[in-house]
Design a binder for this molecule. Sequence first.
Ligand code: DAH
Length: 342
Amino acid sequence: MSPMELELNTIRLEALREVSSVDSLEELREVEIKYLGRRGIINQLLKELRDIPPSERPEVGRLINQLKEELSNEIESKRSLLEEREKARRLEEERLDVTLPGVRLSLGRLHPLTLIIERVEEIFRGLGFTVVEGFEIESDYYNFEALNIPWYHPARDSQDSFYITDKLLLRTQTSPVQIRVMEKTKPPFKIIAPGRVYRRDQPTARHSPVFHQIEGMAVDRDITFADLKGTLDTFAHALFGDDVSTRFRADYFPFTEPSGEFAISCIFCKGKGCNVCSYSGWIEILGCGMVHPKVLEVGGIDPEEYSGFAFGMGWDRLAMLTYGVNDIRYFLENHPEFLAQF
Ligand code: DAH
């Protein structure tokens, strides 16, 4: 081997070692420039051909070109290898695990008061009642006077009502809907009217200045107290189950005569007595009675020809009983943690 061949071989071995030891495309690019660049070692060698005796030039030139070709092939194959590796690394890095469970979107849900009223409406619709709505702002006439609530009745006291003007107030009960329905509807009819009512009460676990009632009224020829009892019994069993007992007791309301108060046996202690029913075994759920003849008359209905029953119940209280909620204020505060439970 001539000294020139020896030198070329040394360069070749060193170059091949460098190519095989690089670990990135940048390093490979550096090696490529070092050997094959414009001012690289190979070009340098070609330039030096001038100094070689002419007889040896073709052979040395051939060897240099051969080395050049071998190096560029090596570099190219190393480059594809590194590119391949880089691609695999990126794929691994950007990999999506399609088997991971998705993020569940929370869809929201119905308010407990809505759930209860939907159930109550369904029960009364099944009994032939129609659902109607009244007004939250009422006149003194509809809220009190037409309902036979005399001027000296304590419910009229401004302590208990939110008055807007001398004559207008936020309704304190849903009973004014009775008058509005009678004015517009010829008997027979059976309605329920759910809605908000307002009283000047200090908020406590059992009282809220804004709460909800459901009014009911049926007017026809020959309606008796037995119809009222049958209707409320059926309603209570449909809502609370067949094993609750029901109880009617005498009460007083200015717009019904006779008036009653309707209770169910305590659904928590089954009538044995507990703190929910104040150890009485009974839970009062509504007031009711036969529509007072004066009220029918005010509504334009002849009490000689027609009779009717009416009832009014606290809708929040029904929801509290059904869901075991012990503070009425939760219904208006709308904390997501509270609402998520229903
Ligand atoms: N309006 C009454 C109240 O707020 C409830 C009531 C009692 C309604 C007897 C009626 C009824 O229709 O007949 O306390």
